[in-house]
Design a protein around this ligand. Structure first.
Ligand code: ME8
Length: 523
């Protein structure tokens, strides 16, 4: 039986244009999804768009179009990202899809029947821009202004449907003590725990001041709060709200999600409200909610007022100049996966590309294939064992890196996983310098030794390629083709065992990562 894996991104708001943040989260999920597929798992990768709510209604009104028309147009823009960046999502969910809407109503009905959702009156501090209510304590902390827009919070009273979040205080605390890894990284979990200890209040889950949303069952003047509607996407995409549906039959087995990746600003919804909703629905909890930090741009926070979002056009420029794999590599290795923000700067992009991809991986593959061309007639030599390891026990060294790369990816440490693969490549580079096959080749008696060295280089690179395929699918495929390595087998660990490269295989020269002129790049 294949292991089932389910990975999700947030669903993106259609009232904004896509930018690097959206591409980032979806790309890192894509790297993970591809890696797990290469490892033989049965992966379902979900992304999509969040299309209801007051902000969409207002943006549509301002543009003189219907909210649905606005949602259609902008959702298509988000969907375009998937092709543009070679993202392999299995589904793209839209919250205006009737299949989602019907299931949300069914799920809310279940919560009403169980008493987890009730009608009540609410008075609180409302952030109109974020469509979010704050508790008194939180409102005081932010000095009664939206931390996002800076606008004053509004005092608002409403008759609303509520979710009995307060009833889940104890169970959530138990969840965090029994499954501390449910929220990562640790700094984020600690933030949630701090706020959780202040005590939970019930949360309103409906609105009556606008219409663009899903009606509460039997009370259509109430519109289901966009966040509840949105959170449910993770299970409606699997048909969980409609047990008799085709989606349910095919997909419900993917729940619980293995990895739910989000940005840190939406942690509370995913680390507290979401698990509580799942508990109320008696559904299992996800394995991990991973909240990454933010990209900033050339040292500055990206914001509408500064107009400095790295948008799709800029990302496309990078891809044209450096290739899409280079962009994926940069996002995956230099991104804000940990607790601190990362700077997206042109100079750092260029530097990472040149150091890691041109000078290390590209150079190593091209040197090795060029020498096999020159000294072995372009055919993979055999390892006769005549050459001593040059200080390296190759099979043990490589096995260690493979284990470390796989284990890192399993815990969503993309940079760690890639670093282990690159350590193999760096070792090959050092091995070539130490053993100098290009000098030995001048001595006809050293032919066997030269063959041994080049076999080990090519074999180590082959294994690194298997590990790097998820992050750089196009260039690694190019190398697979040039070196006649065949397609990935779907059993990554077995494929990474030392010695599988067959002597006699034709090894063509490769030039994977062309040097990019720094001046052209900054122009
Ligand atoms: O919040 N750096 O949608 P959204 C890195 N619809 N990632 C960033 C980023 C940045 N500077 N800016 C945005 C919503 N992101 C809701 C989610 S889920 C049930 C509903 C990424 O369009 C990051 O993943 O504002 C963040 O969480 C997401 O985009 C927010 O996208």
């Amino acid at each position: 039986m294949q292991t089932k894996q389910y990975i999700t991104t947030p669903i993106y708001y259609v009232n904004d244009r896509p930018h690097i943040g959206h591409v980032y989260t979806t790309t890192i999920c894509d790297v993970w999804a591809r890696f797990m597929r290469l490892a033989g798992d049965d992966v379902f990768f979900l992304t999509g768009t969040d299309e209801h709510g007051q902000k969409v209604e207002q943006s549509a009104e301002a543009r003189g179009v219907t909210p649905q028309a606005l949602a259609d147009e902008n959702s298509a823009e988000f969907r375009r990202i998937m092709g543009m960046f070679h993202l392999t999502n299995d589904e793209f969910i839209r919250t205006t899809d009737p299949r989602h809407e019907q299931q949300v109503q069914a799920l809310v009905k279940r919560l009403m029947d169980s008493g987890d959702v009730y009608l009540g009156t609410f008075e609180g501090w409302y952030d109109a821009g974020q469509e979010e209510y704050y508790t008194e304590t939180k409102a005081r902390d932010v000095e009664y202004r939206s931390p996002i827009s800076g606008k004053p919070l509004e005092r608002a009273t409403e008759e609303n449907y509520y979710f009995k979040l307060s009833a889940y205080q104890q169970r959530l605390e138990t969840m965090f003590s029994e499954h501390p890894d449910i929220v990562r990284p640790e700094a984020r979990r600690n933030e949630v725990l701090g706020r959780l200890r202040e005590g939970l209040q019930d949360v309103p889950i409906s609105r009556t001041n606008f219409a663009w949303g899903i009606g509460v069952p039997e009370s259509p003047e109430h519109v289901i709060y966009v966040w509840i509607d949105a959170l449910f996407n993770y299970i409606t995409a699997l048909g969980i709200g409609d047990p008799s549906s085709q989606w349910n039959a095919e997909r419900s087995g993917y729940w619980p999600a293995s990895m739910q990746v989000i940005g840190k600003e939406i942690l509370w919804f995913h680390a507290v409200i979401w698990p509580a909703l799942l508990m109320a629905l008696e559904l299992p909890l996800p394995g991990c909610v991973y909240a990454h930090s933010f990209w900033i741009s050339e040292g500055q926070k990206m914001s509408k007022s500064l107009g400095n979002f790295i948008d799709l056009e800029q990302l496309q420029d990078y891809m044209e100049l450096y290739g899409s794999d280079a962009l994926r590599y940069f996002l995956a290795t230099q991104g804000p996966l940990g607790a601190t923000d990362s700077d997206f700067s042109r100079s750092q992009f260029h530097e990472t590309y040149t150091t890691d991809l041109v000078n290390t991986l590209g150079n190593c593959a091209s040197r090795t294939s060029a020498m096999i061309g020159k000294y072995c007639e372009g055919v993979c030599p055999a390892d006769t064992g005549e050459c001593e390891g040059g200080g390296v026990e190759w099979d043990a060294f490589v096995a260690e890196q493979v284990e470390s790369s796989v284990a890192a990816m399993e815990r969503f440490d993309l940079a760690g996983s890639i670093a282990a693969a690159m350590a193999i490549v760096r070792r090959v580079d050092a091995f070539i310098n130490d053993t100098a096959p290009f000098k030995l080749a001048k001595d006809p008696d050293a032919a066997a030794i030269v063959g041994d060295i080049l076999y080990r280089c090519a074999e180590a690179i082959r294994i690194a390629v298997c590990l790097l395929e998820a992050v750089m699918p196009s260039r690694m495929e190019e190398l697979r083709t040039a070196w006649n390595l065949g397609e990935a087998t779907g059993d990554l660990r077995a494929e990474c065992v030392w010695g599988l490269l067959k002597p006699g295989t034709t090894i063509d020269k490769v030039a994977l990562f062309p040097r990019v002129d720094a001046e052209a790049a900054s122009a």
